[in-house]
Ligand binder design. Structure first.
Ligand SMILES: Cc1cc2nc3c(=O)[nH]c(=O)nc-3n(C[C@H](O)[C@H](O)[C@H](O)COP(=O)(O)OP(=O)(O)OC[C@H]3O[C@@H](n4cnc5c(N)ncnc54)[C@H](O)[C@@H]3O)c2cc1C
Length: 363
C-alpha cells in the first residue's frame, strides 16, 4: 500500500487526504501550526468549491455553518447604488468552519501538528524518500505533496526560479461577532467602492453570528505601519465619510484582531510536480484576491488528484498521475490567474464613472 505524506493542513491538503483515505491509501498530514492556532477569518465559497464539497458528501455540513449569499449589491462610497443582482450557490464561511468540517472526515492519527517542513531526503535517482521536519522528526513515504500555501517552501525547492512577487493590493480583513448585523445584511454581499478607484470595502455574513469585512487598497497610495492603533486610525481616516454599512463597521470592529493581508502574484509553473513530489492549492498557483478562488481552487485540486489516484491502477507510476493532474488543472488555473490580473488592474487603474461602470470583482 502506497504511503503519501502531505505537508500543510489547509483546505488543499485536507481535501486530498480525505479522497486518498477513501481509496485505502495510507495518508499522513504534517502541519506546522498548533491544532488550535487561529485558523484565519473567512472565505468565499463559490459554486465550483461548493460542487466539490457536494461530491465529497459534505454539502450538508457546510450548509449548517455557512451563510448563503443571495444578493450582490455594489455602491459608491456616497451611497449611490451601482447594481444589485441575485446570486446562487455562493456562501460566506469562516475558515475555521471549513477546516473543522474537513478534519472530521479524518482521524486524529492522520494529522500531526507542530511539524514544520525542513527538507526532503532523496535517493540516488532524485526521488524523495523522506521528509525532515524542523523538530527533528523524519518521516518516510512513497510520494509527497506540498500543500503548504502561498509562501510554499516546497514550491521554492522544486522550482527555485518561480518566485512570488508582491502586488500593490493590500487588504485589511476583520471579523465581527454581530448576529444583529449578520441578520441585517439579509444574505447580501455589499461592495462599496471609491469613485476615484483603488479603494473598496466588501462586507458579508460568514455565519449566522459573524460578519467579515475587508478594505482593499492600493498600498502605493497609502503608507502606514502595522499595529492595532495604526490600522484603526488609518481606516477611520480613510473611511469615516463612507456610507452605511461602512460607518457601523468602523464603530463595531476590534482592530486588534484585524488581519493585514499583502497579496501576491505568481507566474504559472511549468509543472505541478518533480518526480514523486507534487504541489496543490496555493502552493501550486496564486490568484489575485478578487477572484476569491484560493479556497475553491484548493478544493478542486485536492479532489481532482484524489480522483486520479482512484481511477488509475495501483501500477500507474505516480509521476504519470501527477502529469495528468497538471493537464487537468493547469488550464483552469491559468484562466483564474489571467482573470485575477485583469480584475486587479481594473481595481488599480479604473476611474469609476457613473454610467460606464466596471466593478472589479469576480461576481
Ligand atoms: C492561518 C491562515 C489564515 C488564513 N485566513 C484567510 C482568510 O481569512 N481569508 C482568506 O481569503 N484566506 C485566508 N487564508 C488563505 C486561504 O486559506 C487559502 O488561500 C486557501 O484556503 C487555499 O488553501 P491551501 O490549503 O492551498 O493553503 P492554506 O490555507 O494557506 O494552507 C497551507 C497550510 O500549510 C501550512 N504550512 C505552511 N508552511 C508549512 C511548513 N513549512 N510545514 C508544514 N506546514 C506548513 C500552513 O500553516 C497552512 O495550514 C489563510 C491562510 C492561513 C494559513
Amino acid at each position: 500500500m502506497r504511503k503519501v505524506i502531505i505537508i500543510g493542513g489547509g483546505a488543499a491538503g485536507l481535501s486530498l487526504a480525505i479522497g486518498l483515505k477513501k481509496i485505502g491509501m495510507t495518508v499522513k498530514i504534517f502541519e506546522k501550526r498548533e491544532k488550535n492556532h487561529n485558523n484565519g477569518l473567512a472565505l468565499l465559497l463559490l459554486p465550483n468549491g461548493f460542487e466539490v464539497l457536494k461530491k465529497m458528501g459534505l454539502d450538508r455540513e457546510i450548509l449548517k455553518k455557512a451563510s448563503p449569499l443571495c444578493n450582490f449589491v455594489s455602491q459608491y462610497s456616497n451611497g449611490k447604488q451601482i447594481q444589485s443582482k441575485p446570486m446562487s450557490n455562493l456562501f460566506g464561511v469562516k475558515r475555521s468552519d471549513v477546516l473543522e468540517i474537513l478534519r472530521i472526515e479524518l482521524s486524529n492519527e492522520d494529522i500531526f501538528y507542530e511539524h514544520e517542513f525542513s527538507h526532503f531526503r532523496f535517493d540516488e535517482y532524485g526521488n524523495a524518500i523522506a521528509v525532515q521536519f524542523t523538530n527533528g522528526h523524519l518521516e518516510k513515504g512513497d510520494f509527497f505533496i506540498g500543500a503548504d500555501g502561498v509562501h510554499s517552501i516546497i514550491r521554492k525547492s522544486l522550482f527555485p526560479n518561480n518566485t512570488i512577487s508582491k502586488t500593490n493590493v493590500t487588504e485589511i480583513v476583520s471579523l465581527i461577532k454581530a448576529p444583529d448585523l449578520s441578520k441585517k445584511l439579509d444574505n447580501t454581499f455589499i461592495k462599496t467602492i471609491c469613485k476615484a478607484g483603488a479603494r473598496a470595502v466588501g462586507v458579508l455574513p460568514c455565519s449566522p453570528k459573524d460578519i467579515v469585512w475587508f478594505f482593499q487598497f492600493d498600498e502605493t497610495m497609502i503608507n502606514f505601519d502595522q499595529g492595532c492603533d495604526d490600522i484603526r486610525s488609518f481606516l477611520i481616516h480613510q473611511l469615516s465619510s463612507w456610507t452605511s454599512p461602512v460607518k457601523e463597521l468602523l464603530i463595531r470592529t476590534d482592530f486588534s484582531k484585524s488581519y493585514l493581508w499583502k497579496t501576491h502574484d505568481l507566474n504559472s509553473l511549468p509543472a505541478y510536480h518533480r518526480k514523486n513530489i507534487a504541489l496543490i492549492g496555493d502552493a501550486a498557483h496564486v490568484f489575485a484576491t478578487f477572484t476569491s478562488q484560493g479556497l475553491n481552487a484548493a478544493l478542486e485540486d485536492g479532489y481532482c488528484l484524489a480522483n486520479l489516484f482512484a481511477t488509475r491502477t495501483p501500477q500507474t507510476p505516480v509521476s504519470k498521475i501527477f502529469e495528468m493532474y497538471f493537464q487537468q488543472r493547469n488550464e483552469t488555473a491559468e484562466n483564474y490567474l489571467e482573470y485575477g490580473r485583469e480584475l486587479k488592474n481594473q481595481f488599480l487603474e479604473t476611474q469609476y464613472q457613473i454610467g460606464e461602470v466596471t466593478v472589479p470583482m469576480a461576481f
